[in-house]
Design a protein around this ligand. Structure first.
Ligand code: COA
Ligand code: AMP
Length: 650
């Protein structure tokens, strides 16, 4: 066994066999107002981490580095490929801005436990707003800018937010984003908000006068100018730091609740041992603060360990070209980078020879990929091009940090193509069949994590009421059901293959087909609909809607109207463009739509027609309608099946 493998195994084993000591050691990387004496407390099937500890995560991210004499070090590099501007913000400056904005929040009545929705583009104010909430014990809920008014309203209402922080505009290559209009529309339904704070951006109209949506609209700069900096408030380790909404199987998003101390300890451990990053080094996550990847690895983790984080407003391609990432790495001397495989596929499409790399990545030690399955071909291509380790690692909004990875900080393990390598400390992974029995090594099944989950993972679904247990803990008693399928090999390496539920992944963005179906069903002309995720060369998957029309439903324009409806309600992030109008949808005799069969047909895979199908002719009619839209020639059906599919999901 290599030295690295021995080190990894020892760490992983200690995290389970000597759990208290392992995690109390990890927690010691943080500054606590009152240090925890206990790592884990368990009660009635629930658990909490560091229950008697008290701390402030904003202090850990900012003040303590300033107090340790590193105030002049750059905490944040803002690089906007959209405006061609850059800004370097020191730890001292970031603390000042955070404390002032915390003062603004406090002046507007925000206190410990109050929820603040942050709906901002990729500008430094997004980080300031998040850390300001943490400073006063408020709970932030960041909503990704690509979500539209209905999704924003649902999140504001569910969180019961009184304050929304937004900007006058966002910049996408194709068009400017009118945040003010979207927030105003959201406030027509979300009635909990009394204050909207607006960061004015050059080129956009300032905050509106009056009270659109019944809230008072406040200009960020004016408010900050008159604010007293707020002192930090220590909170219980178990207090919620944030709520982050994610897609589940139903139309309503689930508010993942993250604690404070467990999250901080897990992130600090991960920075050193997975990413191999310490104080003073430059770490760049090319994602968006609206996703969990952004929360953890643009904002909290790099700052907790005193590194420099890069906030990039731009795309991997088109801003201005497929060399944009390499420019950022070069100009800011990035040591370790993290992005989604789709970004690499986008670059490869435009620059297959990596001509734009031009020797500009000499500072780079490693590239980490997550958000969707990294196909081995893309991974090999970029690894050869960059000539550094490229690590596919797997995690979810719910877990907050990687479940499986190659922990480069402990020493690189041998990589295996198509595998996210091995479980991280605290995670004991099992692959289960539909009945909850472990399957033999090499067999695909449901990936589950033995309880309790390690620190940093979700502690609840906002609103409680048993939703956490229902969604994650009831399928396989004693385990957290990840919703992903995959297999473990004889060496304990994990390969993650895809979802077992109705969640799809479009360009690394997680979407619920259930939510898309709810929107399509709003249209008067729609009788029935089914949305599936099909393979997409660039984005991994894309959503396709199969629709039957009511007698009154008329012709071709319905498709366009449905595309517009999804854009308005869910937002452009759904990248929804494909509507297939069919006479009838294939169903079982009990009325269940055969979504999986539709997906297999569209992906050109051998498709299964269950023996319980209501009318087999419907399949032929669908294939005829699809014609050339099917990925390859439609594959022949496999024999009718009556047994449940191996993974146990429809
Ligand atoms: N605010 C508003 N709109 C946004 C947005 C934001 N923050 N992010 C994306 N959108 C819009 C885009 O402008 C696009 O709108 P359009 O339909 O009018 O063109 C739409 O949402 C779809 O965006 P996307 O899926 O990102 O497609 P794209 O064609 O603009 O870009 C990639 C394709 C591959 C370059 C891009 O998806 C990418 O960089 N992906 C990386 C994914 C990532 O970071 N995932 C996070 C998990 S690690
Ligand atoms: P999100 O919660 O948006 O981060 O999405 C999490 C989901 O993305 C997971 O449940 C997986 O389905 C998918 N995913 C993320 N990372 C990977 C990976 N490295 N390999 C395969 N799937 C991944």
């Amino acid at each position: 066994m290599s030295e690295a493998a021995a080190r990894y195994r020892a760490e992983w084993a200690r995290s389970h066999d000597d759990r208290e000591a392992f995690w109390l050691d990890a927690a010691a990387a943080l500054d606590w107002e009152s240090a925890p004496t206990v790592a884990l407390a368990q009660d009635a099937g629930r658990w909490s981490w560091f229950p008697d500890g008290r701390l402030n995560l904003s202090v850990n991210a900012l003040d303590r580095h300033v107090d340790a004499g590193r105030g002049e070090q750059t905490a944040l590099i803002f690089d906007s490929a959209m405006t061609g501007t850059q800004e370097r913000v020191s730890y001292r400056e970031l603390r000042e801005r955070t404390a002032r904005f915390a003062g603004v929040l406090r002046a507007h009545g925000v206190g410990r436990g109050d929820r603040v929705v942050v709906y901002l583009p990729m500008i430094p104010e997004a980080i300031v707003a998040m850390l300001a909430c943490a400073r006063i014990g408020a709970v932030h809920s960041v909503v990704f800018g690509g979500f539209g008014a209905t999704e924003l309203a649902a999140r504001i209402e569910d969180a019961g937010a009184r304050v929304v922080v937004t900007a006058s505009g966002g910049l996408e290559p194709a068009r400017p984003i009118d945040y003010v209009a979207i927030v105003s529309e959201a406030l027509e339904t979300a009635k909990t908000v009394d204050t909207v704070i607006v960061k004015a951006r050059p080129g956009f109209p300032p905050a509106p006068a009056g009270e659109p949506g019944g809230a008072s609209w406040v200009d960020w700069e004016a408010a900050v100018a008159g604010a007293e900096p707020a002192d930090p408030v220590a909170v219980a380790s178990t207090d919620p730091l944030y709520i982050l909404y994610t897609s589940g199987t139903t139309g309503s998003p689930k508010g993942v609740v993250r604690d404070t101390g467990g999250y901080g300890a897990a992130l600090a451990w991960s920075m050193r041992n997975i990413y191999g990053i310490g104080a003073g080094e430059v770490f760049w996550t090319a994602s968006d603060v609206g996703w969990v990847v952004g929360h953890s690895y643009i904002v909290y983790a790099p700052l907790l360990v005193g590194a420099t984080t890069v906030l990039y407003e731009g795309k991997p391609v088109g801003t201005p070209d497929a060399g944009a990432f390499w420019r950022v790495v070069d100009e800011h001397r990035v040591s370790v980078m993290f992005t989604a495989p789709t970004a690499i596929r986008a670059i490869r499409r435009l620059d297959p020879e990596l001509a734009l790399l031009g020797g500009r990545t000499t500072s780079l030690r490693a590239l980490f990929l997550a958000g969707e399955r990294a196909d081995p071909e893309t991974l090999r291509w970029i690894e050869t091009g960059l000539d550094v380790p490229v690590v596919d690692h797997w995690w979810q909004t719910e877990t907050g940090w990687p479940i499986a990875a190659n922990p480069l900080g402990l020493g690189a393990l041998p990589a295996k193509p198509g595998s996210a390598t091995v479980p991280m400390p605290g995670y004991r992974i099992a692959v289960l069949d539909a009945a909850g029995r472990e399957v033999p090594a090499g067999t695909e099944g449901n990936i589950a994590i033995e309880l309790p989950l390690p620190p940093g993972t979700l502690t609840d679904i906002w609103g409680g009421g048993g939703r956490f247990a229902d969604a994650y803990l009831s399928t396989f008693p004693g385990y957290y059901a990840t919703g992903d399928s995959g297999r473990l090999d004889d060496d304990g390496y994990l390969s993650v293959m895809g979802r077992t539920d109705d969640v799809i992944n479009v360009a690394g963005h997680r979407l619920s087909t259930g939510a898309l179906e709810e929107v399509l069903a709003k249209h008067d002309a729609v009788a029935e609909c089914a949305v599936i995720g099909v393979k997409d060369e660039l984005k991994g998957q894309r959503a396709v809607g199969f629709v039957t029309l009511t007698a009154a439903g008329a012709g071709e324009q319905v498709g366009e109207e449905l595309v517009a409806l999804v854009r308005r309600h869910i937002g452009p992030v759904a990248a929804f463009r494909d509507v297939v109008l069919v006479e009838r949808l294939p169903k079982t005799r009990s009325g269940k739509i055969l979504r999986k069969t539709l997906r297999q047909i569209m992906d050109g895979e051998p498709y299964r027609v269950p023996a319980t199908i209501e009318d087999p002719d419907v399949i032929d009619a669908v294939i005829q309608t699809l014609g050339e839209r099917i990925a390859d020639a439609p594959a022949a059906p496999t024999a009718p099946v009556t047994a449940a599919p191996p993974v146990g999901a429809a």
